[in-house]
Design a protein around this ligand. Structure first.
Ligand SMILES: Nc1ncnc2c1ncn2[C@@H]1O[C@H](COP(=O)(O)OP(=O)(O)OP(=O)(O)O)[C@@H](O)[C@H]1O
Length: 403
């Protein structure tokens, strides 16, 4: 018996109509029994409804049909994954949660990464591919989780840092420009329900840089932090990551810092982490895309305001190239600082693959404290930090998507 969760206010607010007009008839025609339909009434409702379903199901598969965007999927995964009673389930009860996706959000990153959109797709049939996969019970993909701890500074001199919140992402964990875009675009949601609002928010934030320190942690599979070498088209160990000292510290300022799991794109055409699909690998791995302005030697000697204006053009080129099949990872600086796709110059984008990362924002930099987890915004407390680690799916538990 499947549970249906539908977010009536996600995307262009058509999830409820889509479920009634297309999903329910298709399930009925294929004799798929439905336990309950939940229309979410507030943020977080999807998580509690999904957890109640999982907690009360003692036998049979845990199938949850989710008509929403990535934020609602995030609510469901975080609530279930972090619930103590889920982790301590009796071995007799099912522990694997099967997600059936119906893309009714704004960006639908997970869906568009798992079901690549094609120009000839019929819009309704495209959105029903997850339901068809569920009915056929064909292929299932396990999700890697990115588990983030938001850590506050010690309350008094001698005490330990305090873990303020833990959250579980299945798509994106970011700081810097992407987090600012998601933060500011929320204000535009009613006015611009489509993905256009992300472009408007990008323009509002494109000149901003973010101060702080990032540390990258090795993956358990390779023991090192890897970086993409576009010249040889392969991941190689980062020059500073050695087996006995594998962490890599990268200093700011940062223009862009975003990590993904399970997805190569954040919107149907915005392929920000193209190597997730081009160079796939299983395991507890994150792909991280970083832009640091001071890799551009041509900024040398400019005044602070001027260097931000000059670099904003280059950040814009990176984002535009991500819409061109992820070509941003091939961009370099020519000897004059111009951004080009050919040659031997310094890379504009650093593309890492590793086990996790930590971010300590500069206390003076307000917006560097914004953290985006699957589109939801958290704020790192002043003096605190955020740490994200990848967790690979196990054979018996975790989250699986029908594809
Ligand atoms: N009735 C509701 N009122 C307000 N917020 C809700 C309601 N139901 C769900 N939400 C919240 O809305 C947020 C966004 O929803 P969702 O991800 O489904 O759509 P989206 O943001 O438009 O799509 P995407 O995440 O793909 O860009 C979720 O975090 C969810 O908790």
């Amino acid at each position: 018996m499947a549970l249906i969760i539908c977010n009536p206010v996600g995307g262009d607010s058509t999830a409820k109509q889509f479920v009634e007009a297309h999903v329910l008839p298709l399930l009925k025609a294929n004799d798929v029994p439905i336990a309950r339909i939940v229309e979410t009434e507030h943020a977080g409702h999807a998580g509690t409804a999904a957890f109640e379903f999982v907690d009360s199901t003692v036998s049979g598969p845990l199938d949850i049909i989710v008509a929403s965007g990535d934020g609602t999927i995030h609510d469901i995964v975080t609530t279930i994954a972090l619930a103590p009673s889920y982790k301590n389930r009796s071995p007799a009860t099912p522990a694997q949660v099967n997600l059936v996706l119906v893309p009714c959000g704004t960006a639908n990153a997970l869906y568009s990464s798992l079901f690549l959109p094609k120009p000839e797709d019929d819009p309704v049939q495209y959105k029903l591919q997850g339901i068809h996969a569920f009915i056929k019970q064909a292929k299932r993909v396990p999700l890697t989780l990115a588990i983030t701890d938001i850590i506050a500074p010690p309350r008094s001199g001698g005490s330990a840092p305090v873990r303020e919140k833990t959250t579980v992402s299945v798509v994106v964990t970011s700081i810097a420009l992407h987090a600012s875009i998601l933060h500011d675009s929320e204000v535009l949601r009613t006015e611009i329900p489509s993905i256009e609002r992300f472009k408007v928010a990008a323009r509002q934030n494109i000149t901003r840089w973010y101060s702080g320190c990032a540390k990258l942690f090795p993956s358990s599979s390779t023991g090192v932090v890897e970086i993409w070498n576009p010249f040889d088209k392969e991941f190689v160990p980062h020059a500073e990551s050695e087996e006995d000292n594998p962490h890599v510290d990268i200093d700011g300022p940062f223009a862009y810092f975003l990590s993904t799991v399970n997805v190569d794109r954040l919107e149907p055409a915005f392929q920000i982490a193209p190597l997730v699909t081009a160079e796939p690998r299983t395991g507890a791995l994150l792909d991280i895309v970083v832009v640091r302005p001071y890799r551009d030697a041509s900024l040398s000697g400019l005044e602070a305001e001027e260097e931000r204006q000059v670099f904003a053009e280059k950040s814009g080129e990176v984002l535009r190239a991500a819409y061109q099949s992820g070509n941003h990872i091939n961009l370099r600086y020519d000897p004059t600082g111009k951004v080009v796709s050919e040659g031997e110059g310094e890379l504009v984008v650093e593309y890492f693959r590793c086990g996790g990362w930590e971010w300590i924002p500069d206390t003076e930099d307000e917006k560097a404290h914004l953290l985006c987890n699957d589109g939801l915004i958290n704020t790192i407390p002043k003096g605190g930090k955020a740490k994200t680690m990848a967790a690979a799916p196990s054979g018996e538990s975790g989250f699986i998507v029908y594809v």
